[in-house]
Design a protein around this ligand. Sequence first.
Ligand code: ZN
Length: 308
Amino acid sequence: MKLAGLHHITMITSDAQRNVDFYADVLGLRLVKKTVNFDDPTAYHLYFGDEQGSPGSILTWFEYQGARQGHAGAGMIHTIGLGVSSPEALDFWAERLAAHGYESSRGEASLHFSDWEGLGLELVVTDDGNAPLRAEHPEIPAEFAIVGIEGARAYAPYANIEETLLTETLGFEHLLAGEYRLNGETRTFYWGYDQATENGRPGAGTVHHIAWTTQDDEQEAWQQRIAEAGGYVSPVMDRDYFRSIYFREPRGVLFEIATKSPGFAVDEDPERLGEQLRVPKMHAHLRDELEQTLTPLVNPRTRAKVEA
Ligand code: ZN
């Protein structure tokens, strides 16, 4: 039994529209689903990714309007690595980010910057054989586009001791102190810990959880394996686009294991993903009310269609 790779990473934002402007316009990802939070249907849950909304490309946000800014500390992810396919792509992005008012700093094969709300992002030149998961944007040539999520780093109270829940239970490879790689069935993902120097504060601009992909028929076996390793693991929850289990890894990061199916095209034409508000089955009776109360969002892709 093997995880397939990363599924998605979920964050908190204080402003859904500014988030759409940054991720769907500046970074050129596709808004693939506009829905609401299962636990609080008055709040948006937005999903961004490649054209199809493929596992491995998905970044999602819960909107808590006006939430105060948080910062990453022990047990929280502080940086997300997004793949690009060449060093020339880093030059393109340094320029594009600067044109939109974002500073970035160049490493040997990476470009580090923060989103509009302070979330740490890094563009990394990939050579791990992951299939490119691109979205289309009129200002971003395909050869420079983001090609999927390549890694993430978290702060931990003890960064360097081998984490056996990762290696023995979940099948990650321990590369060196604090550094792991998930050699998934379909995608590779780099996971690392850095020594925490302070406690974090959850809030806008911070990561809520990270989800790994399982084959649909293996989820219950994962649930059992994690429970046997001594972790508390949630029941299987129907998230409409996938089914999920949740547990906290020993350093405090909230993990989820999500199924591949049914995917984002289950309730929308694949050509028109993200265009209409989708309300989870369990909150379907609130649809009319939510259409009235949620702030309407301008999606750069549908705006471009209207202008064309
Ligand atoms: Zn999730």
